[in-house]
Design a protein around this ligand. Structure first.
Ligand code: HSE
Length: 406
């Protein structure tokens, strides 16, 4: 007899897990319309108990309760971190269960392995919520725009750092004071390193690169700079030349060579689409041929938005029996993006101590000076990373700041 329900288990009953349970319950009619099945939450795994929750009776502390339950069709992994999420995912897939994840760390590091096991087992591994929270961007990259030649994917992939930069630009805050405000509002964690050092964004751009660029970048080797070095003086300088600073993950195609991939703060013209993305919002801009530019914008975190993306992955699994999307990068062998970054070309903003002015004019030649109190700031023409490093070495003075132009 054909089953009339689709049974799920949720691993992790935090903000996202709670959001998934609520969405599946509140929107059961909408889900039924599209899937023709009732989605039933059978188990929720967490270390804690939730006596006051309407889902209290479903909570278990043992993953084996879920693994051994043959009635559970799909496991939703929203725990975060690599371990035990990796082990639980492999075990669930090998047991013939679909797995859906919002966990960018585990997708970026092991997505290729998961998709390959899922294919062998004839089940699905899907991860719409791993990049951009509630923004539908994985499915468009997999299906709606794959027929294009991809030129670039660039995005504001981290809401915490975008909030901090927005505060610095709107109120002239220092990085430290904007971070303290983000922590007070619960946007930044007590240990904010993964966000402010760009690590979270590097995991997300690695996933987008695997989808759009046939590349499997080793996350630890993606050239990554965070926003800890951005100063109030840089914000003033950027404003004086009509620009904003945004932390971007970028994957840029090259003819006949592996794409460039990076995470770093960039200077963007104030009227460009990504410049207008403020606060904790995320946005991903895709440049492709013949499509042109498209931008995906929305909430990059939060219970409801992320749950929406997680549950969207259930629909193709149930309604279309869509076993697995093709992720071209997941079939490649790892490559080290650092090896090519020396050739990357950009214009730069550089700030130096005022005493370095004459020597900098001599070494850099063709520059445009920016008026900044007490510092010598200027922009360079486009040059490779290697050429810039050589010039800075000749100068022999560490810059106070260096930020690339988009
Ligand atoms: N720490 C992440 C952010 C959460 O700030 O965007 C969503 O991945």
């Amino acid at each position: 007899m054909k089953k009339t329900s689709h049974n799920i288990a949720i691993l992790g009953f935090g903000v996202v897990g709670g959001g998934v349970a609520k969405l599946v319950t509140d929107n059961s009619e909408e889900l039924f319309k599209y899937t023709g099945k009732k989605i039933v939450i059978k188990r929720i795994l967490d270390l804690r108990d939730f006596p006051d929750s309407p889902f209290a009776s479903l909570v278990t502390h043992s993953f084996d309760d879920i693994l051994a339950d043959d009635e559970i069709d799909t496991v939703i992994e929203v725990m975060g971190g690599s371990h035990p999420a990796y082990e639980f995912t492999v075990a669930a897939l090998k047991k013939g269960k679909n797995v859906i994840s919002s966990n960018k760390e585990v997708v970026a590091n092991f997505g290729d392995e998961f998709v390959s096991i899922a294919r062998e087992m004839g089940v699905s591994y899907r991860f719409e919520a791993a990049v951009g929270g509630g923004i539908p961007v994985i499915s468009p990259l997999l299906f709606a725009i794959r027929q294009n030649k991809m030129r670039e994917v660039r995005g504001i992939l981290n809401g915490t750092t975008n909030y901090i930069l927005t505060k610095m630009f709107t109120y002239g805050d220092s990085f430290e004071s904007a971070l303290a405000d983000a922590q007070a509002r619960g946007y930044a964690e007590r240990n904010p390193d993964a966000d402010v050092l760009g690590i979270d964004a590097s995991r997300k751009i690695a996933i987008l690169a695997a989808l759009g660029f046939d590349m499997l970048a080793k996350v630890d080797e993606i050239p990554t700079e965070g926003i800890t070095g951005i100063r109030a003086a840089d914000v003033k300088a950027a404003e004086s030349i009509g620009h904003k600073i945004k932390l971007l993950g970028r994957c840029v195609a090259r003819d006949g060579a592996e794409p460039y991939i990076m995470v770093a703060p960039f200077l963007l013209p104030s009227d460009s689409p990504l410049s207008s993305v403020n606060g904790v919002y995320n946005a991903i801009e895709v440049v492709a041929e013949p499509l042109g530019n498209v931008m995906f914008y929305g909430q990059g975190a939060g219970a409801g938005a992320t749950a929406s993306a997680v549950v969207s992955d259930l629909i193709p699994i149930i309604a279309y029996d869509n076993v697995n999307p093709i992720v071209p990068g997941f079939n490649k062998t790892d490559y080290s993006p650092k090896s090519t970054f020396d050739e990357f070309v950009s214009k730069n903003y550089i700030a130096l101590p005022i005493t370095a002015a004459n020597k900098a004019r001599e070494v850099f030649g063709d520059i445009t000076e920016i008026s900044v109190d007490g510092e010598f700031a200027f922009t360079t023409e486009g040059m490779t990373e290697k050429a810039l490093a050589d010039k800075l070495e000749t100068l022999g003075i560490s810059p106070l700041s260096r930020i690339r132009f988009l």
